[in-house]
Design a protein around this ligand. Structure first.
Ligand SMILES: NC(=O)C1=CN([C@@H]2O[C@H](COP(=O)(O)OP(=O)(O)OC[C@H]3O[C@@H](n4cnc5c(N)ncnc54)[C@H](OP(=O)(O)O)[C@@H]3O)[C@@H](O)[C@H]2O)C=CC1
Ligand SMILES: CC(=O)N[C@@H](CCC(=O)OP(=O)(O)O)C(=O)O
Length: 347
């Protein structure tokens, strides 16, 4: 198998570590660079003992510096950096001829006005934004193949968009009144010191946050609108739950008058028959995070309630794998012409 030289920028964070774990078992990857400002100069295995004795992990963290990354010969770089920080790295790396897969939100929102509305500042690189591709392999494989810059979808959006897109494309759902409720593990907030994320603040407790306008609404409504062919506004309430990883999403939407509820399952099956990481559980089956955490799968179940005329979509994924690093590697496989599943059969 051909070998592609790969760098991970921001390799000490939660998604960065997950990328390292996946890339180190990928048969077509030579990991040439892992960056972290706080651990620069230290061996990967000294900072994260899980990498001891792992082939290919015999590497030191380097500083997060674009010319130094480019000098490693990296052909593809994953950005696992905070949003707002990633854009400048993407610009420097793309200019140096390195293809970029950005896990942050910096290039996911194609309309600069919407970006500014949700991120409270003008977009930092409008030229690069124009060429960024939304990196959801199930729906944008063709664009990913030709891209220089892939904006990997967010964790909540992945769990919400995968069940809804095919149903909206098929015109089965009312576009008004879609209500989404998601629960996320604490790793979704990143590996940073924050009092509200301390063990005693989160453990044995569940809370909603980010209401009424979580920043992911921008991305979710953009992609749902593209699927439906009209503007869509949804209600979205995220919750923080005391688990390390996992997202459980429940979506409620009204079936269009006259639409046959049996078409829900048939449409999802048609859309995802060749999607290796989308597992359709069937009607009246509920997705459970314990079956998908530590994997690149998203599980989707659905139910029709004749009393309300609504369908309920239930999805579960691992936020740092299918919702971040795994999805990024899936896009990398498509970009580089590898089998889409290479490195990703983690169970
Ligand atoms: N966690 C999740 O579930 C998901 C996260 N994402 C997105 O992926 C990106 C990474 O998330 P996550 O791994 O959780 O974040 P973390 O906070 O866990 O890690 C961030 C990484 O970036 C580095 N970093 C932080 N600030 C800077 C800076 N100013 N310049 C250079 N490097 C910096 C950190 O290392 P150091 O400080 O040592 O340099 C660290 O390696 C974010 O944009 C996030 O929104 C997307 C989907 C899901
Ligand atoms: C629990 C938690 O805090 N989750 C994060 C979302 C995950 C994330 O990292 O956002 P991106 O997908 O945009 O990169 C949040 O609500 O902001």
């Amino acid at each position: 198998m051909k070998q592609v030289k790969v760098a991970v920028i921001g390799a000490s964070g939660y998604t960065g570590q997950e990328l390292l774990r996946i890339l180190l078992r990928h048969q077509g990857v030579e990991l040439v660079c892992a960056t972290s400002r706080q651990y620069a100069g230290q061996m990967l295995e000294d900072v994260f003992p899980r990498f001891r004795h792992v082939p290919g992990a015999d590497l030191r963290f380097t500083d997060s510096d674009v010319p130094a990354v480019a000098a490693t010969g990296a052909e593809v770089a994953f950005l696992a950096l905070p949003h707002g920080v990633a854009a400048a790295y993407a610009r420097g790396l793309v200019d140096a001829g390195v293809k970029v897969i950005d896990l942050s939100a910096d290039f996911r929102i194609s309309d600069p006005a919407v970006y500014e509305e949700f991120y409270d500042k003008p977009h930092p690189d409008l030229d690069l934004l124009k060429e960024a591709v939304y990196g959801m392999p199930e729906w944008h494989g063709e664009e990913i193949r030709k891209a220089r810059l892939i904006a990997s979808p967010g964790c909540y959006p992945t769990s919400i968009l995968l069940p809804l897109i095919p149903l909206l494309k098929a015109g089965l759902l009312e576009t008004e009144g879609i209500v989404v409720c998601s629960s996320s593990g604490v790793s979704g907030a990143g590996r940073k010191a924050d009092i509200s994320l301390l063990f005693c603040e989160c453990n044995e407790s569940v809370r909603a946050y980010g209401v009424p306008k979580h920043r992911h609404l921008s991305e979710i409504e953009q992609e749902l609108g593209a699927a439906a062919g009209e503007k869509i506004v949804i209600s979205f309430t995220p919750h923080l739950v005391p688990v390390n990883t996992g997202i459980c999403t429940t979506t409620s939407a009204k079936l269009k008058p006259g639409a046959d509820p049996a078409q829900i399952g048939k449409t999802l099956e048609g859309a995802y028959k060749n999607a290796p990481f989308v597992r359709l559980l069937g009607a009246n089956k509920c997705a459970d995070t314990k079956n998908v955490t530590r994997t690149n799968f998203v599980d989707i179940g659905w139910a029709y309630d004749p009393r309300t005329g609504r369908i309920v979509l239930m999805s579960a994924e691992d936020n740092v794998i299918k919702g971040a690093g795994g999805q990024g590697v899936h896009a990398f496989n498509v970009l580089c012409g590898f089998d889409p599943t290479e490195g990703l059969w983690i169970i």
